[in-house]
Write a protein that binds this ligand. Sequence first.
Ligand SMILES: [Zn+2]
Length: 451
Amino acid sequence: MAKSYDVLLRGGVVVSASGMWKADVGILGEKIISVEPGLKSEDAGRLIDASGKYILPGVIDVHTHPVYEDDMGGLSLTAAYGGTTTLVHFAYAKPGTKLLDTAKKFIDEGLQKSYLDFGIHGALFDPAGQIEEIPKTFELGVTSFKMFMTYAKLRWMTNDYYLTAAMDLIAQCGGLAMVHAESGLVTDYLEDRSLKKGEDQKKVFLKTRPDILEAEAIFRAATIAAVTECPLYIVHLSTAKGLEVVRRGRAEGQTLYVETCPQYLTMTDDVLQRLGPPAKIGPPLRTEPDRLTLWKGIQEGSIDVVASDHAPKAKKKDDPFFEAPYGAPGAETMLTVTYDEGVNTGRIGPCKIAQVLSENPAKIFGLYPEKGAIRKGADADLVLFDPNQAITLQAANLHSGAGYTPFEGRTCLGKLVLTMQRGRIVVEDGVLKQKPGAAKFLPTKISKTTL
Ligand SMILES: [Zn+2]
């Protein structure tokens, strides 16, 4: 007789955005085929005791950079150890390179090296030469495109003319524009002025990138998006002032999505002052009132997504601060620290974790309900999470090539037991169970409606 289930998770609490209930989860092949209490276990291929644990949809991390200390293999590995089952990476098309070729290259690398299913966002560094490739890239299943409104000195910035042109074309294709919203020329001037004065760049890091410049850039991007009727996604929102602008755009009926990151929900500028380069990220770690307002945004539903912005750069505490590059690892610690800072403090419940880390990103990028849901017919992408076990985060026990974590020494209540993708256990009790090569490239499809 054929088995009813290849794997049966018994006695756990299934968590979704809309509720939690005690149920068993039966998996056959790559799919969840039953979610209900009291499933018969005699003929299951493997029975897993989930009692006292949460069964969450696998984390869908839609903001990752597989080009620094972790490639698409290493990034998917460190992410899987943190409970992620799907990644959407930024394929950076640097000046002089083609957008379409870059997207294809990332897809090929992912199919070879990734442990996890993945999608791709295009990222334009040279819009004048690259926007014409948006429609062709779109046909590959790459439907979201990021531009920088900052890093003018690095020559990464897109000016308003090309921001408008890109959004116009993205809107015509049915895609989604994404922006890093900070007024780049203004921050560059403030930084230059401060350098001339000989100020300590670590001390003035926040002052040369004030919150109002994030708000200004969000307002400008949202205005251009309104004019071109282009859906817009703000990556890594970091300020209260920025959130205010998002709320206003929403109230006017714009399709405006917004993401923040665990680092902005758990740390402030004092961590930068203490750690130096390893905590140098863009936008910067902000103030306590900003941090608390971002939590409010999650509670009230005005922030849709929490994603990692995993960008591990090689740098150390004592490196010269000004020269140190922006970015830090974060994929593996994301679920743990967001849960700890959100649920264990009573700010949110586990349902909100499922919503912002999995269900909402799946919906925005058209992956739902195959991804982002524990329900019959969905991919068996899930996480078993023990809310009663504590762990202490240490770079030595993490799997990024970064070699450091800004959360070094932090003890969190809540531990990942198992990560499963399409019925295959990827990581269990800290042990890797898979080889790369089974990952699927997931074409994205942008939702026309707000969440
Ligand atoms: Zn980023």
